[in-house]
Design a protein. Structure first.
Ligand code: SF4
Length: 447
């Protein structure tokens, strides 16, 4: 009987792609993949080690499966990903019950590590982060019609609060041919929505070709038959070029008018201390350029509140900026001091309560902005990708171009005819509640 292997994939979409590549290697290695971790013989926890909260979640998951192992319900616990990469020996020392602890540079050896663990060996190996496999066949672990396409890994920016460069190393682009080949492979396997991810897609190609090549890559991806939506996530604001804006306007049938660009803050002094360029004027000009250059563009951003030394005035400025820019989608994080990052040593660390309160203020304001924006969609017809049917609500649900997977809102809708996951249908918007949209199918599903 085949050994059953399950994967708990934590953290970001980039880590999810790593999980999917490992799952493909494991299946090729003759193991049976199992989605019910309670039924597995071996459980892999592909961890996140980015901020305190994520680290806690990773450790809780590891300990939960170590307990199942102690109870004899599973044979082996395997730890991979950013937590083991960042805290190498500490993880091994703190969690001796884990059978395998691998750094990201050892992901391609996941099958032999499992075999050794099943023979009773404890495997603790880290390797060179640059050996992390960025390409290879994958087992798509989310709904089958969309996928994340990781075009690079690592980051060469040095934001003073961020641990990612320490964990993932410097920026490494994949070759254009390699990414495009994967795009065709995904389309051939039924994917219709590609979400472009990297720590900073705007830097794509600089390390490999000596200059940014994101636009060249996108032009090639736009040629792929069967791909209906291409979405750009994690763009570095200061590197969004006029060429990219023009390309998005030109190719809006395929590259959806949606941009996720973490801005983090708008105050010049705070940005300087975050080791990020720019300031309020430049950011406002950029938002203006995007709205003018790509009509109907939906802008998503992320802000950090409570950065060391952030005064009430600087926070007020951030609130005012977010109010004026009217981002359609916005996430806000309370600053989390990460050991090993410069900002963790900065003076003026704020208490947790003040940081959370500031986040609440921003998000309360944002709820009003999103509600107003959603109300402006009532009466319009949007193309929606069907994600499922909610028996409880008695309605289908899905996402329009305005919503990225996992991080944004949903559209709930009625349909007289039966629909399948991955159908793209026109939905007439009739209402909005709690930032979700509600409507009725207004026509046939797209071919
Ligand atoms: S751009 Fe900055 S915040 Fe983003 S991964 Fe790189 S260093 Fe971290």
């Amino acid at each position: 009987m085949a050994i059953k292997v399950g994967m708990v994939s934590l953290g970001c979409s980039k880590n999810q792609v790593d999980s999917e590549i490992m799952l493909s290697l494991i299946r090729k290695g003759g193991y049976e993949l199992c989605t019910d971790s309670g039924m597995c013989d071996v459980v892999i926890i592909n961890t996140c080690g980015f901020i305190e909260e994520a680290k806690r979640e990773s450790i809780e998951n590891i300990l939960e499966f170590c307990t199942l192992k102690k109870e004899g319900r599973i044979k082996a616990v395997v730890v991979t990903g950013c937590l083991s990469e960042r805290y190498r020996e500490e993880v091994a020392k703190e969690i001796p019950e884990a059978d395998v602890i691998l750094g990201i540079g050892k992901n391609s050896e996941i099958v032999s590590a499992i075999e050794r663990a099943l023979k009773g060996e404890t495997v603790v190996e880290f390797g060179d982060k640059r050996d992390l496999p960025l390409s290879g066949e994958r087992i798509i672990s989310n709904l089958p019609f969309f996928a994340y396409l990781k075009i690079a890994d690592g980051c060469s920016n040095r934001c003073s609060y961020c641990a990612i460069p320490m964990i993932r190393g410097d920026y490494r682009s994949r070759a254009i041919e390699d990414v495009v080949a994967e795009g065709w492979w995904l389309a051939h396997h039924g994917v219709r929505e590609i979400n472009i991810v990297a720590q900073d897609p705007t830097r794509y190609g600089e390390d490999l070709y000596g200059k940014p090549r994101l636009c060249s890559l996108l032009r090639e991806l736009c040629k792929i038959d069967g791909i209906r939506w291409i979405r750009l996530l994690y763009l570095y604001p200061e590197r969004i070029s006029d060429e990219l804006i023009a390309l998005m306007a030109e190719q809006r049938e395929k590259i959806v008018p949606y941009i996720d660009m973490p801005i983090q803050h708008c105050n010049h002094e705070i940005l300087r201390r975050m080791n990020r360029p720019g300031g309020r004027e430049a950011l406002e000009a950029l938002v203006g350029k995007l709205r003018a250059g790509i009509p109907g563009v939906v802008l998503r951003t992320t802000l950090i509140c409570g950065f060391p030394g952030e005064t009430e005035e600087q926070f007020e400025e951030l609130c005012d900026f977010a109010r004026r820019m009217q981002f359609e989608r916005l996430g806000c994080f309370a600053y989390s001091p990460e050991e090993g990052t410069p900002a963790a040593e900065f003076d003026g660390q704020l208490d947790g309560e003040r940081k959370s309160r500031r986040c609440e203020v921003i998000m309360d304001q944002q709820m009003e902005i999103m509600d107003r924006f959603n109300r402006s969609k009532i009466g319009q017809t949007l193309e929606v990708a069907v994600e499922g049917y909610d028996r409880y609500a008695g309605s289908y649900f899905g996402r329009s171009y305005m919503d990225a997977p996992d991080i944004d809102t949903k559209t709930f809708f009625q349909s007289d005819s039966p629909l399948s996951i991955g159908d793209f249908v026109p939905v007439r918007i009739e209402d909005t509640i709690d930032c979700d949209l509600y409507g009725t199918v207004a026509g046939e599903a797209a071919e």
